[in-house]
Design a protein around this ligand. Structure first.
Ligand code: GAP
Length: 452
């Protein structure tokens, strides 16, 4: 068995309907991708697994789904206006732009020229206007992280859900960064999704909680099918750490292009809640001085015993959905050599992540009896609600098996002539390729137990 390179993964994703270049019919847009029929299922399954772990399995976490367009002052006080930058250099000869910290030499990677500008900070946030008038009063940002909306809703959630420390707020949603050099397929893109938890703790307990969340997150990625030797933890050194963090540990994954960050777990201290509570009379946003528009909401929690107000510290496990999908596809992708010397490509996805849980395949697609039996069986299995069940009518049985191996369908159920006589079907296991003949009346329980 061999692991894929990036080209093989990209090719599988396109061929089997996982991921397409965005705007492909117009030549595509760099750093933007669309998730196709298989991709959207895999992505939703991964998000559901994260939500189940971070929200449903706990008593101390609440969910949130906040707006993407973000008040500019929020991103002023969060420090993003000043510091959310990458160092940009221009090649004066070919006019291409690069991230200075991604250059391996003082030469332009495109044309080899040494005539490069000095690095200058480039802010990664996208701006847009809210409402019909495009002026400085109407601008807003597309959020660069989901986290800020959690901080801004801290009091709302505290008031409505009466929490005490420690507790968390979880959110999954889109984030946008105008990356200078998007690259490596869906690894570094301009529009992506994050799964973020802001876990509020008492100052002084933060370092213990940080360690605990790092361990939990390393374990969780393994429970999603990632081999332990594909993961590493990286203690981010002080000179690389984000402006809001006291300490950050990254969960690193061996992507096809190298060992890189899959998730970051930061100790954000009281930086964000503190910043949003600061009272200032004037502030400058977008070169414009705004008077008295600061937040006066107190983002703090009262200790029920001492009655003292505490600004909690925050531990933040922040994972990228797109990077998660890439890692999971990479780990699941196998090319197996069979006994007869042929090869097969198979995605050995954990059943809960598989886009299709079961494919029902009619042996003859031009036979009315077999077709109606297969359709009825698909509808019956779909009602079990363990995920998508598909009627596969696109080819012969061998091709159908190969196709479903490549999208990671754990089970294929074939309806044939014998089914019409004795109500039995064959069930084929993706990983062993073994086939059993079972009665339709036993199928639901069998699939349910194997998918669980
Ligand atoms: N709220 C903290 C935060 O946003 P980050 O390390 O900048 O921290 C968290 O981002 C995660 O979001 C990363 O670990 C990565 O998985 C994902 N991510 C960040 N930038 C990305 C990009 N341009 N494309 C895809 N995923 C990205």
């Amino acid at each position: 068995m061999t692991a894929p390179n990036m080209e093989e993964l990209v090719s599988l994703c396109k061929r089997r309907g996982f991921i397409f270049q965005s705007g492909e019919i117009y030549g595509g847009v760099r750093g933007l991708y669309d998730f196709g029929p298989m991709g959207v299922e895999l992505k939703n399954n991964l998000k559901q697994a994260w939500w189940a772990e971070m929200v449903y399995s706990r008593d101390d976490v609440e969910g949130l789904d906040a707006s993407i367009l973000t008040h500019p002052q929020a991103l002023y006080y969060s420090g993003h206006e000043d510091t959310f930058t990458d160092p940009l250099v221009d090649c004066r000869k070919c006019k291409r732009r690069f991230r200075a910290d991604h250059l391996s030499s003082a030469k332009c990677p495109n044309c080899g020229s040494e005539d490069l500008t000095d690095p200058r900070p480039f802010n990664l946030m996208f701006k847009t206007n809210v409402g019909p008038v495009e002026d400085e009063d109407s601008f807003a940002y597309l959020r660069p992280e989901t986290a800020q909306a959690i901080f801004m809703n801290f009091k709302n959630i505290l008031d409505t859900r009466s929490k005490s420390l420690p507790f968390g707020i979880a959110q999954i949603g889109k984030a946008f960064r105008n990356e200078i050099t998007p690259r490596n397929f869906i690894f570094r893109v301009r529009e992506f999704e994050q799964m973020e938890l802001e876990f509020f703790v008492e100052p002084g307990t933060d370092e213990d909680w940080h360690r605990l969340w790092v361990d939990k997150r390393m374990e969780w990625w393994q429970s999603q099918g990632i081999a332990p030797n594909q993961l590493e933890r990286y203690d981010v050194p002080a000179d690389e750490i984000a402006h809001y963090s006291k300490a950050t540990v990254d969960v690193m994954y061996r992507f096809p292009h190298g060992l890189e960050e899959l998730e970051g777990i930061a100790n954000r201290t009281d930086f964000d809640l503190g910043s949003h509570t600061k009272q200032q009379d004037t502030l400058e946003i977008n070169a414009k001085v705004i008077q008295n528009e600061h937040s006066t909401t107190k983002l703090a929690i009262q200790d029920q015993n001492t009655k003292k107000w505490i600004v909690p510290y925050v531990i933040e496990p922040s994972a990228g959905v797109d990077r998660g999908v890439l890692a999971i596809l990479n780990d699941a992708y196998q090319i197996e050599t069979l006994d007869n010397g042929k090869t097969r490509t198979v995605l050995s996805l954990k059943p809960h992540l598989a886009p299709i849980k079961t494919a029902v395949i009619p042996l003859k697609q031009n036979h009315d009896g077999i077709m109606s039996k297969a359709s009825a069986l698909r509808r019956q299995l779909q009602k079990l609600k363990f995920g998508r069940v598909l009627l596969e009518t696109s080819g012969n049985i061998g091709k159908s098996y190969r196709k479903h191996d490549e999208v990671g369908t754990p089970f294929c159920v074939t309806v044939d002539f014998q089914t019409l006589d004795d109500e039995t079907v064959t069930i084929r296991d993706r990983d062993t390729m073994g086939q059993d003949r079972v009665n339709i009346s036993k199928l639901a329980d069998l699939l349910q137990s194997r998918l669980d």
